[in-house]
Design a protein around this ligand. Structure first.
Ligand SMILES: Nc1ncnc2c1ncn2[C@@H]1O[C@H](COP(=O)(O)OP(=O)(O)OP(=O)(O)O)[C@@H](O)[C@H]1O
Ligand SMILES: [Mg+2]
Length: 306
């Protein structure tokens, strides 16, 4: 069984003279939610189009389910997508729209319209015209359309665009369920940090066409947790004192003799005092709470993400 649903190697795309995707090597593990985060124009949609065969890469490779889509175009039938705003027929109902699209795509699975609508919590007997759907219902129908034929992988380009906070939370819940309960792999793009933060297992930061970072959300969360950062003359002895005298074991030793303490059971002064008493010099001590926003600002060279 292939562990990765998507793997790209040095993927690049040029439009005229402009390099819009530069050497992107990304990996989307099976069953996970991968959040592709980047500002307007970063190249998110372009990458997704290349993955779906809707645009061709200027150079580089991509593999879907461990296979090259050039040699095995049938892999596309295992992917559902929303690229930019899906266009439905305004005078048809949601279910009728799905039936039309399903026919156009040559999909044959039985009951797939009903199943897809149920998954996104839209009433499959509702005959309301698409034109009269609320924005949230329209987005749900888009996701239902992507879910037709029960794909293993969903590629969703900003699926919560234009929704209100409650609508966003509902879609988030739905996508989580699709991954956790139904085992789908999801690649989702957004320019909203908070959205990706709450949903993704893995995050890829795209900036001016370059993938600056790809890492586990849990890693970032730990990195950004509130902590006391202490730089000392003797890390070994300092950690021994923390453990033996203060029974603190939730810490991380970093470069440059710095200890990051995640416990807040003692005041910083007490720690300072204990170290002083034992001949350990403290050259810096502060409470850190660097958040994700700052993290991105740092790695994108100061511009931030949204
Ligand atoms: N067909 C095209 N021809 C020329 N340039 C294009 C084309 N499609 C995209 N671009 C350019 O490629 C760059 C990346 O665009 P892309 O749509 O991938 O960004 P994005 O990250 O999806 O942005 P947004 O958040 O605004 O949707 C932009 O500078 C855009 O103008
Ligand atoms: Mg886009």
């Amino acid at each position: 069984m292939e562990k990765y649903s998507i793997k790209t190697a040095a993927l690049s795309k040029q439009y005229n003279d402009q390099a819009v995707v530069k050497n992107v090597s990304m990996t989307v593990p099976k069953g996970k939610i991968y959040g592709l985060l980047g500002r307007n124009g970063a190249g998110k949609t372009t990458i997704m189009k290349i993955l779906l065969g809707l645009a061709t890469a200027s150079s580089g490779e991509c593999q879907l389910f461990g296979q090259s889509p050039k040699e095995h175009p049938e892999v596309y039938s295992r992917i559902g997508n929303i690229i930019e705003t899906p266009s439905f027929y305004p005078y048809l109902s949601g279910p009728d729209n799905l039936k039309v699209f399903s026919k156009l795509k040559g999909q044959t699975q039985r009951n797939s319209v009903d199943k897809a609508l149920k998954l996104v919590d839209l009433n499959h007997v509702d005959h309301k015209r698409f034109a009269n759907y609320s924005l949230g219902m329209k987005q749900r129908l888009g996701i239902a359309n992507a879910l037709m034929n029960d794909p293993e992988l969903l590629i969703l380009d900003e699926p919560t665009n234009g929704l209100d906070p409650i609508g966003i939370a509902e879609i988030r819940q739905l996508l989580k369920e699709l991954a956790e309960v139904h085992g789908k792999t999801i690649l989702i793009s957004s320019h909203q940090l908070s959205e990706i933060e709450q949903i993704a297992d893995i995050i890829g930061i795209l900036h001016n066409g370059e993938l600056l970072e790809e890492c586990d959300m849990s890693q970032i969360a730990q990195h950004n947790q509130r902590h006391i950062s202490i730089t000392v003359s003797d890390v070994h002895q300092a950690t021994r004192l923390l453990e033996e005298n203060l029974h603190m074991s939730n810490y991380q030793v970093e470069e440059g003799n710095t200890i990051k303490l995640f416990d807040f059971t003692f005041e910083p002064q007490e720690i300072n005092h204990l170290f002083g008493k034992n001949g350990i010099e403290v050259s810096s001590l502060f409470i850190g709470s660097s958040n994700l926003e700052e993290h991105f600002r740092t790695i994108t060279g100061g511009v931030g993400i949204a």
